[in-house]
Design a protein around this ligand. Structure first.
Ligand code: NI
Length: 177
């Protein structure tokens, strides 16, 4: 078993965060290592979800753990090729953030509940009914696989302001690195 590694998280704006990712066509060791690394990277950040393009891998892979507190049992979920089969008419507004857009948080409205079909790490097809935080998180992460960020739901002014702050932050980070 190779060591798990924390991978660098791409920061917005980055062209790789705007691209549609390719489906996974089989589960192999390379994919298992990617998923281990993605969990490690997500827990380290810390965050509740991470999509492969955020670590520069353009594949339809995501990991999540929406256990809300330290007392709650960890609930890691890895999904390959996730698809939303059904979304509720009822909507829910949740404050979202993103590891690729640190320190920025905004309300986003999405369907309150979704049913998702995906392949698990054994290559078996699964369906999962999601509501609450998990529904928000899974929709946010699937968006990443289609090159969409939560700030794309905001108005153009707000989006430009956030992108401007991120450009500045990336420039400062590059200087001190
Ligand atoms: Ni995100």
């Amino acid at each position: 078993m190779p060591f798990m590694a924390i991978r660098p998280i791409l920061l917005h704006p980055d062209p790789r965060l705007k691209k549609r990712c390719d489906p996974v066509d089989g589960i192999d060791d390379k994919l298992r290592i990617l998923i281990d690394d993605m969990f490690e990277t997500m827990y380290d950040a810390p965050g509740i979800g991470l999509a492969a393009p955020q670590v520069g891998v353009m594949s339809r892979v995501l990991v999540m753990d929406c256990a809300k507190t330290d007392e709650e049992e960890p609930a890691p979920i890895a999904m390959m090729n996730p698809e939303i089969l059904w979304a509720s008419d009822e909507m829910n507004t949740h404050e979202e953030g993103c590891l690729s857009i640190p320190e920025e948080f905004n309300d986003v409205e999405r369907p309150a509940a979704v049913q998702v079909r995906y392949l698990d790490l054994d290559g078996a097809e699964q369906t999962l009914d999601c509501d609450g935080l998990l529904a928000t998180c899974v929709q946010h992460e699937i968006d990443h696989l289609d090159g969409k960020l939560f700030i794309d739901y905001l108005g153009p002014m707000k989006r430009q302001m956030i992108t401007g702050r991120m450009k500045k932050r990336k420039k400062e980070k590059a200087k001190t690195a």
